[in-house]
Design a protein around this ligand. Sequence first.
Ligand code: FAD
Length: 437
Amino acid sequence: MKVNIFWFRRDLRLEDNAGLYHALRAKKPVQCVFIFDKEILDKLPEDDARVNFIHQELTRLNEELVDLGACLKSYYGTPESAWKEIVKEHEVNDVFTNRDYEPYAKTRDEKIGAFLKKQGSELRTFKDHVIFESEEVRKADNLPYTVFTPYKRKWLAKMESEMKGKDSYFLSSYPSLKYKSQFHKDKKGYIIPLSKMGFTSSEIQIPSREVKRSLIKKYDEQRNFPAIDGTSRLGIHFRFGTISIREKARHALKLNATYLSELVWRDFYSQILDYFPHVIEGPFREKYKAIEWRADEKDYEAWKAGKTGYPLVDAGMRELNNTGHMHNRVRMVVASFLTKHLLLPWGWGEAYFAEKLLDFDLASNSGGWQWASGTGTDAAPYFRIFNPTSQLTKFDKDFKYVKKWVPEFGTDDYPEPIVDHKFARERCLAAYKQGLS
Ligand SMILES: Cc1cc2nc3c(=O)[nH]c(=O)nc-3n(C[C@H](O)[C@H](O)[C@H](O)COP(=O)(O)OP(=O)(O)OC[C@H]3O[C@@H](n4cnc5c(N)ncnc54)[C@H](O)[C@@H]3O)c2cc1C
């Protein structure tokens, strides 16, 4: 029997899933698949919390499908080798999937699309991961925005006109499960055990996908204080699509404009990566290549371990090491400290975050690091250097957050600052000035 395949990637949910909805409406039975991609997995530590999370979510998806008389099949290998297996096992009509804007994913999809074409099938892709894709929010000259404020203005205007216009369903959920009878009835679902792929379990707890309305309502008042549970912690769920961006944007529209603005930042960085993929290899702004960074491994190790002698920096790094999360205000402080106080390459910090963050996202991470180091789009000017001590006084004045993560703070066991603030500031200004001259 000919089937359409739905290929899960960063969209691990059945309900309100654009590509899956279109697959189920395409009048052929739908078989769901997932590929554990060796090219990605081989680079990760064996107890990677994100791999554990994906595995747990796939197991859940398979259970949901089994309840509908269907199943999820998983494959392990390169995408090319997996697709060879899939087309051997199934008579494939078309393949449906949601678009991914990372350079690796785009190249992979081109290759798989070409392979499927040779087999007589089409790879049909849909927008699901963002509210607006790169070409949907453009300047009058059709070039992408590289500054956030005008981008956001256009984004909001477009959203308003979409909701008023012909497509008043814009932001509505895709009712995929209305067509649940279209899943291919097959009981041979299989989620490859983690151990077969060389992974072990992780101790790290995954934040809930449920967020209280009251938290979002107070988001603008509370989001800057790391000791308060004032942000949603939905990052990992947005990353792997275990929640729907449309649903959260609808809530944000009703509850809090500042929260909505954070979702606009997410689209902003996604379109930057889509249009300017060089940002993953070097600075967005070419001339920043000339800055001479220090290559001091000892300082890098102190930063990673949270032993710099700057309490807010140390608390942030220890929160990251212990939980896979770090509060946004503190991310800005530790990133500024690494690049400006220590004058270490922002790529080092970006790589460490990529390894540790549960919500690691190539577009937002690269955007955040380049913003903090002053090398990116819409960046903080290089001469605006966060003072980690005044940031502490402003955002954690009772040391509640610091004491939680740095219990020896205030005792003789707490280290002296590894670098003097005034000296570091002047060294940074001189290095940037020289690089940019
Ligand atoms: C150096 C640095 C690195 C970062 N790396 C990442 C990363 O790898 N992945 C990531 O999702 N975010 C990253 N951010 C942005 C931001 O810090 C996190 O999105 C946020 O802290 C996640 O916590 P939350 O889910 O509680 O967010 P909330 O404050 O509740 O915000 C809700 C959602 O909005 C989005 N969002 C919020 N702020 C931003 C932002 N500045 N840029 C893009 N999206 C945003 C995220 O999807 C987030 O989950 C980085 C910021 C900096 C300064």
